[in-house]
Design a protein around this ligand. Sequence first.
Ligand code: DX5
Ligand code: ZN
Length: 220
Amino acid sequence: MGIQITPSILNADLSRLADEVARIPSADWVHVDVMDNHFVPNLTLGLPVIEALSKHASQPIDVHLMIEDADRWAPAYAEAGCGSVTFHAEAAKAPVRLAREIRAQGSRASMALKPATPIEPYEALLPELDMLLIMTVEPGFGGQKFLDLCLPKIRTARELMRKHGVETWLQVDGGVSLETIERCAEAGADVFVAGSAVYSADDPDAMVRELKATAEAASA
Ligand code: DX5
Ligand code: ZN
């Protein structure tokens, strides 16, 4: 599939979501962060807003659920037509069943790991997943500093995917910018969430293209 950029709208102007998404035509996906004030200390938006936004976005929605009880709530996002649904390993009681439910609705199933959660215990799950998200900040807020300590986990995840012969995408989220994206791409990431880097740029779409070109050069 190659390198993909999925800008997070968390730091966009939330009062004008459709307009903000229209500013990034070069993006491959639109990353939407759902937070419940329990799994993370922040509250954002949920299904009704995503349903409304998806009618106006030309790209598919890449929803990142930072919520407790993912088993209960995640399938509805797949049913609503999100192209990719990410739940957190730390919030899922039955991740295999949940991934299968998401896929059964026609969405890509993805699982996220917080910075302190290792990949090794989840190795056997990789064939059940279309994407693995490795958080490169503690989830909850945009604009945080990239955590270099997550790079070895990206490398390990990529090696495990090769070992199992799976085509799982490897996404990174948190502090991704022109300064940090090369390190992630070199380590094996191929899907890049960027929030503040894109929406604080004078030309968000030019930033999307620049991020993509930089990651492509680093992964080549
Ligand atoms: C943080 C969210 C991210 C956030 C990224 O918990 O999952 O998607 O919006 O923002 P930046 O790119 O500014 O770190
Ligand atoms: Zn996110």
